[in-house]
Write a protein that binds this ligand. Structure first.
Ligand SMILES: [Zn+2]
Length: 63
């Protein structure tokens, strides 16, 4: 059976593998405003292949 991908393949942001089942996770990290140069906290919803990868990615964002 040729199962053509019906959905565009989303790669996991942490491990880089194509996510069969995309898991969305809110990632909170710190960035710096390019105009005012002031640090701020931003929240982004990113795609991962598992909650495990999402958790590891979040840990990498925290100092
Ligand atoms: Zn992953």
């Amino acid at each position: 059976m040729n199962q053509a991908a019906e959905t565009a393949t989303t790669k996991c942001l942490y491990c880089g593998k194509p996510a069969e089942k995309v898991v969305k996770r809110e990632i909170i990290d710190r960035s710096r405003d390019p105009h005012t140069n002031r640090p701020y906290v931003r929240t982004r919803t990113l795609d991962f292949c598992s909650t495990d990868c999402g958790g590891k990615y979040q840990m990498g964002c925290e100092g």
